[in-house]
Ligand binder design. Sequence first.
Ligand code: DGL
Length: 276
Amino acid sequence: MTKIGVFDSGFGGLTVLKALLELVPDAEYLYFGDTARLPYGSKSVETVAKYACEAARFLEQQGAELLVIACNTATALAFEQIRQTASVKVVGVIEPGAQQAVAVSSIKKVVVIGTEATISSHAYRNALAKHQVESREKACPLLVPLVEEGWTDHAVTQQVAGIYLAEAFADGFSSADVLLLGCTHYPLLKPVLQRVAPKSVTLVDSAESTALTVSNLLGKKSENAGRFGEATHQHPHDDHGKIKFFVTDSAQKFQRLGKLFLGRPMTDVTHIELKE
Ligand code: DGL
């Protein structure tokens, strides 16, 4: 069984793990959430790169044979550094998300939302531009704390999301036909985002696109096409010994909040201190 290391700044990467468990259920997972140092989305390139490389080294020491950088901010700011530090294959979330958006957009105009750091890096804009797709990038810094408050379907969240999207889908971008979710937390806001986005807009979830990329990489292409939502029903919560979680802040807090992201309880959670 392939051991896949999944790295995130904290809880949000669990949306990527959830998608991976659906498409690649027959792997072992090591999930590292840097909960003591989150959020990454407001930090500098230097800091995020240093944290991300430490996490990647840790996951490799635990035996990861493939690394998935689930955090959009870490991928946007430090993908190259992580790739150079790691001696195993590294998959980030930006390329898969961008490629899916390219495939889905018929008018080649995409709105991307993410953290302040992801948006200022222009990682998504650059990835989309390679395929002649124009993008409008919009930082939505209030959405991560709202999700972590559990307000995924709250009137306040809908109002905030509505303001952000109205600003993004303006001027030359009112006809954009894809909303690319460039942050780990946004899959939890899909119903709200779909309600406030213009009617004809399709949501592209970089968590799902990344899981599909990993699945293809491991040669599961034909087996898994279109399988989202199936596998968890086939093996309900059959995680015993299959997923190990490592966090840098309280394990209890991770278990409490993490359930919201993963949609199932987490048993094997260990608190660790990373050596600098
Ligand atoms: N995981 C981060 C991302 O996807 C969001 C949370 C944070 O800022 O640390 O960009």
